[in-house]
Write a protein that binds this ligand. Structure first.
Ligand SMILES: [Zn+2]
Length: 117
């Protein structure tokens, strides 16, 4: 994972504090910076998470159904709520955005079909 500018600055300040007889930088501020850094990293990671979408219509409205078939664990199947297809694909969020635009001719952000769920 790439180190953010912020986390480098945190490291620098912590190191300065460590080798100094008294804290050079406010430790409370460093804690605040750490929290902010964590949030930024989390956001970065969020964008890297692959999405499961319908292979046919690109919808992210997927439901999982479980068939028990007499077994303890059963079998689960994902299906698209929009078109009932059971073929899914895993895409990076940016790939999915491109595909969605290709399929619908508009960005999912502009879509008025979104039912908000
Ligand atoms: Zn679908």
């Amino acid at each position: 994972m790439k180190q953010t500018k912020l986390s480098k600055e945190i490291d620098r300040r912590e190191l300065a504090n460590k080798y100094s007889p008294f804290p050079v930088y406010c430790t409370e501020l460093i804690e605040d910076l750490k929290l902010e850094d964590k949030m930024i990293t989390k956001k970065d990671n969020y964008n890297n998470v692959p999405v499961i979408s319908c292979k046919t219509c690109g919808s992210l409205h997927i439901k999982t159904v479980r068939f028990n078939n007499g077994t303890q664990d059963g079998v689960t199947t994902d299906y698209c709520v929009v078109c009932s297809n059971t073929e899914m694909e895993k895409l990076h969020i940016e790939e999915w955005e491109e595909k969605y635009e290709e399929l619908h001719g508009e960005s999912h952000l502009d879509s008025k079909e979104d039912d908000g769920s």
